[in-house]
Design a protein around this ligand. Structure first.
Ligand code: IPD
Ligand code: CA
Ligand code: CA
Length: 268
């Protein structure tokens, strides 16, 4: 059954990706949701396509979509949709953006697709069936020391001064091979699943940013928790995702940073 959901999600993500690719070649038509929180015609067109198509396939499923056009339902199935993850990149012509679609059955993520239409990279996964990139099986990296790891993170586009992340960014940069800030959380998570990154963390992400990526990482052998090491709850205040081998060391470091710097509390 899960396979059918994944096939549908893949088909729709590819279609939405085509819209993004088309819009990427046009001058961006930007409006603002907040001071630095952008939304474009592309976000809206992509979401319209995804919501319409999902509703046609699964009329009883719930859909939680970032631009607000989804609908709730009594069904045990719920889609988490980011029609364009990386809008700021997109609006500036930086080709790092994606479509992200994750499906949960009650509290369990069962399928996820992250698609980067610019590089034509399609990350797919289904619970118990593994994760793939353009059809090839994915596995997390085997790096087992933070000092030899490549990390990634992101910063919120709203309430920017309230984010403690700059402290973590500074410290982790000095204690690893580096920290990338690429601007699409869904691709960051997919990057951990693919072994490109060893760790990803961020504060304040939404369910649609992470649902698909979490499934990919779990299916590729990695680990996803909060900074306390407890299982990550979708939409929780912070996420720590890794290859599993450097998880505990990263978590300890995050704790030390939070203790040392009073302006970097762990948001519990
Ligand atoms: C953003 C991206 C970014 C992350 C922000 C998100 P959006 O999503 O995922 O990497 O750092 O917190 O809001 O707004 O481009 O869909
Ligand atoms: Ca997003
Ligand atoms: Ca988005």
């Amino acid at each position: 059954m899960t396979k059918n959901y994944l096939d549908v999600a893949t088909e729709i993500a590819l279609e939405a990706g085509k819209i993004l690719r088309e819009e990427f070649d046009r001058p961006a038509n930007i409006t603002y949701k907040g001071e630095a929180d952008l939304v474009t015609q592309a976000d809206k067109r992509s979401e319209r396509c995804i919501v319409e198509r999902l509703t046609k396939y699964f009329p009883d499923h719930g859909i939680v979509a970032e631009e607000g056009t989804g609908h709730d339902s009594a069904s045990e199935f719920r889609w988490f949709v980011d029609p364009l993850d990386g809008t700021t990149n997109f609006a500036h012509g930086y080709p790092c953006f994606s479509v992200s679609m994750g499906l949960a059955q009650r509290d369990t993520l069962i399928a996820g697709v992250v698609y980067n239409p610019y590089y034509n990279e399609l990350f797919c996964g289904a619970r118990g069936q593994g994760a793939t990139l353009n059809g090839k099986p994915l596995q997390v990296s085997k790096i087992d020391k933070l000092a030899a790891s490549l990390l990634c993170t992101g910063f919120p586009a709203h309430k920017r001064v309230a984010s403690p992340n700059i402290h973590y960014y500074w410290d982790f940069t000095l204690r690893s091979h580096g920290v990338r800030r690429d601007g699409s959380a869904a691709l960051d998570l997919a990057g951990v699943a693919a072994g490109r990154f060893d760790v990803f963390w961020e504060f304040g992400l939404n369910k649609w940013d992470v649902a698909a990526g979490i499934l990919l990482i779990e299916e590729a052998g990695g680990k996803v928790t909060d900074f306390d090491g407890k299982p990550y709850q979708l939409g929780g205040p912070m996420i720590l995702a890794s290859n599993g081998l450097v998880h505990e060391e990263t978590r300890q470091m995050a704790y030390e940073i939070s203790q040392r710097d009073p302006s970097a509390p762990l948001q519990r």
